[in-house]
Every structure is written in C-alpha cells, then in structure tokens.
Design a protein around this ligand. Structure first.
Ligand code: HEM
Length: 398
C-alpha cells in the first residue's frame, strides 16, 4: 500500500482517537440532559443570575410526534406530563378554572422563590442595618453635638405655633405610623426572631394581632396624611430661602440661626418625604389589602420605560404584581421609618423647646426667633394689622 495513504489514514485515526468525546457533542449545552436543566443552570438560578429559560418555556411538547391513537402511547398525543407542567409553570397553556378570577388561573408561579429570598435576605438586612444604623448615628450625634439649646435661655414669653386641630392631625399621623411601623416589623422579623425565642404559637398570636392592627390602623394613617397635606402644603413650597438655610447647615451643624419662615428647609424635606413616600406606601398597601384588585406595577413600569428609557417588564402576572407591591411597600416603609426616627429625635430630645410645638402648641418666643425668625415677624405683623385677632404673644405657664 502506498505509504502516503497509510500515513494520512494514521493521522486521521489519531486525530479522531485523541479528540475528547465532548468535542463531538453538539453546541447545545443541554444536550447531555436531553434538553432539560443542567447543574450550571440550577446553580446560576440559585445565585440569582439571569438564565435564559426559553429552552424550558418553549419546550411544551410536539404534536407531530404523537403516536397514532391506535398505538400504545397514543393518549397524551405529542405532549408529556412534564411538557404540561412546564406550560403551567410558565403560564403558556390555556387554563380553565371554575373560579372566574384571572389570578386563580395561575397554578404555578415561578417568581415566588425570588420574592421569598428578597424578603428574607435583602429586606430584612436593609431594615436591620438601616434602623440600627440610624439609632447608633443619633446616639453618636447626641454625644458629639449635644442637645441644641435655646441660646441665652428661654424668654418666658410664648407664641402659638400649632392650633389644636393641627396637633390632632399630627398625632393621628404619628400614632398610626408608629403602630404600623411596630406591627410591620413584627411581621417582617417574626419568623427570624420571635419563633426562635418564643416559639411558633406565640409568633402566630403576635402575627395575627399585628396584621389586624396593621390593616385597620392603615386607614387612620391615610386620612391623617391627607389632612396634614391640606393643612401644611402652603407653608412647604420650596423657595430661595431654603437654599440659604441648607448652605448654612440649618444651624444644626455649626451654631448659626439661618432665616426661616414657618417651616425651614429641613422640615420641608420631612414634609415632602412624608407626603410622597406616605402616598406610595398607602397605594402599595391598598394593593396588598385588596389582593389582585389594584394591580399598578405593570402600568407604572410602562410609564417609566417610556419616560426614562428603562426596560422593566410591562406585562406581569397577578401574583407578580402582588410580589412587587409587597417588596416596594416594605422598602418605602423602612425608608420612612429611618427618616422619621431622625425627625422624632429632633422633635424631642435633640432640641430644647421643640416638643412644646406639638405638645401644648405654645413655643418659647426666643426659640421661635432663633429657628423661625421670619415666621415670628409675620405673626406679629398679622396681630398688629388686625388687633381684634389678639396678640400672638403670651406668658409661659399661663
Ligand atoms: C413621637 C413621635 C413624634 C414627635 C415627638 C414629633 C414631633 C414633632 C414636632 C415637635 C413637630 C413640629 C416642629 C416645629 O415646631 O416646627 C413635628 C412636625 C411634623 N411631624 Fe412629627 N413627631 C413625631 C412623629 C411623627 C411621625 C411618625 C410623622 C409622620 C409619619 C411625623 C410627621 C411630621 C411632619 C410632616 C411635621 C411637619 C414638618 C416638620 O416639622 O418636620 N411626625 N413633629
């Protein structure tokens, strides 16, 4: 035999023989599992990475493979049980249920695990570190800066800062918010903290009571939020003075007393934060209170995508809507709790004379001059221009 031919055959044989077997596989990475998930897919999903699931979502059986009805395997046609369950999981099959609600047509929902992990890990972590962090920061601030006092001491004269109905509105909002915050946190941390300490039964009792309080007190919060908005919005429109106030650190950092009207820039930030986040937490709360009745995320995402060019999903299953509402409700509520803890500090121990504004409604005139000088001038001018309305200044303790 020709030596050249033998050599070529030998090279071809060796090349074939030493080439690893995987090099012969097709480029389909799931060929080894017959098109099912691989270990890599499962690990990627557990790490929360994006996995293209079209190989499952679109793998819903092939009618053309159906056995003839006379054959042994003819009954399921070209679709196996796993094809059917994959279809149910990805909401790709047409399901008819006797209950007429769209939500009950979703027999399996794929996002539940993601929602659970986000709630148990990210949301609990944010709440724990955020609330713990602000408490530590405020204690540190108290020891570094000390209590903000009235320079030169109280004058002994007072001026009316808030009327009874304003204080009533504030305390309805504050009381309901504090109850919502406590019961919300009990629900969030119940499994992680209460069950290990007090057991399942105690947690079940606490959780039942918390959800009842949460669902009912929410109405007080929503009504007082509207009342607070109506009462104080006109004093909270931002203006140039606020910028000056912020540049001077509001007198909180340093010892200055920047000019301010009824509400300074810091208070305006608290006001708008309360209104905007309060509205958002209320809407997402209503969506949770009336399950599947008030879907709002797909529409919101649609608007965001159009305006901001983002690419959030615009079609959501009813359960996905609920999951988004729940996660968003928790994020907004925790952000509010963190900010309100700082507000409570300033309104009580952090600043001498501040609590009286919401306590009796009368603040010391010197306190008012130092923190809201232009408002005091306005009030005195009003009293002077209409003597019938009486003097705004009184004596402390009377
Ligand atoms: C024990 C808790 C609280 C205390 C001691 C407290 C105290 C005060 C005080 C003293 C003021 C009037 C400040 C001034 O004279 O200008 C005030 C105003 C206000 N509070 Fe509270 N508050 C509490 C809880 C809350 C809560 C929970 C919210 C909202 C969820 C809230 C929202 C507001 C708003 C929007 C204002 C007007 C803007 C401002 O002054 O920052 N408060 N609060």
């Amino acid at each position: 035999m020709n030596l050249k031919v033998i050599g070529a055959a030998l090279i071809a044989f060796l090349t074939f023989a030493v080439t690893p077997s995987y090099a012969n596989e097709t480029t389909d990475p799931r060929a080894s599992t017959g098109g099912a998930q691989t270990l890599d897919d499962i690990l990627a999903r557990q790490k929360g990475l994006e996995v293209d699931d079209s190989f499952r979502r679109e793998n819903l059986g092939r009618p053309e493979n159906a056995q003839p009805t006379s054959g042994a395997l003819g009954s399921l046609g070209g679709t196996s049980d796993s094809d059917i369950y994959r279809g149910i999981r990805y909401a790709e099959v047409d399901i008819k249920v006797s209950n007429s609600s769209h939500a009950s047509e979703i027999l399996v929902q794929d996002g539940g695990m993601n929602w659970l992990l986000t709630r148990e890990q990210d949301i609990r972590g944010y709440a724990g570190f955020g609330i713990g962090g602000v408490l530590v920061a405020l204690v540190a601030f108290y020891f570094i800066r000390g209590r903000m006092t009235i320079e030169g001491g109280p004058s002994g004269q007072t001026i009316e800062r808030f009327k009874a109905f304003e204080r009533f509105g504030h305390w309805c909002l504050a009381g309901s918010f504090i109850m919502l915050a406590i019961t919300g946190l009990l629900l969030l941390f119940g499994r992680a903290i209460l069950i290990p300490i007090f057991g399942h039964q105690a947690n079940a009792l606490i959780a039942n009571f918390s959800i009842w309080v949460h669902n009912n007190i929410a109405w007080v919060f929503m009504f007082s939020l509207v009342a607070i908005f109506v009462m104080w919005v006109k004093h909270n429109i931002p203006n140039k003075l606020d910028w000056e106030w912020l540049k001077e650190g509001g007198g909180i950092i340093g010892n200055g007393h920047p000019h301010a009207k009824k509400f300074n820039a810091g208070q305006k930030i608290i006001f708008w934060m309360t209104i905007v986040l309060g509205a958002s937490v209320s809407l997402s709360g209503l969506s949770l209170l009336f399950p599947f009745e008030m879907p709002m995320f797909a529409k919101t995402f649609g608007i965001m995508n159009a305006v901001l060019g983002t690419s959030f999903p615009e079609v959501l299953l009813p359960h996905e809507e609920m999951q988004y509402a729940h996660i968003w409700h928790a994020i907004v509520a925790i952000t509010m709790i963190i900010a309100i803890i700082a507000h409570i500090y300033i309104g009580s121990v952090g600043m001498e004379g501040a609590f009286d504004a919401m306590g009796t409604g009368q603040v010391d005139l010197e306190w008012a001059r130092q923190h809201h000088d232009l408002w005091v001038e306005e009030e005195q001018a009003k009293a002077n221009s209409s003597p019938s309305s009486g003097q705004p200044i009184g004596q402390a303790g009377k």
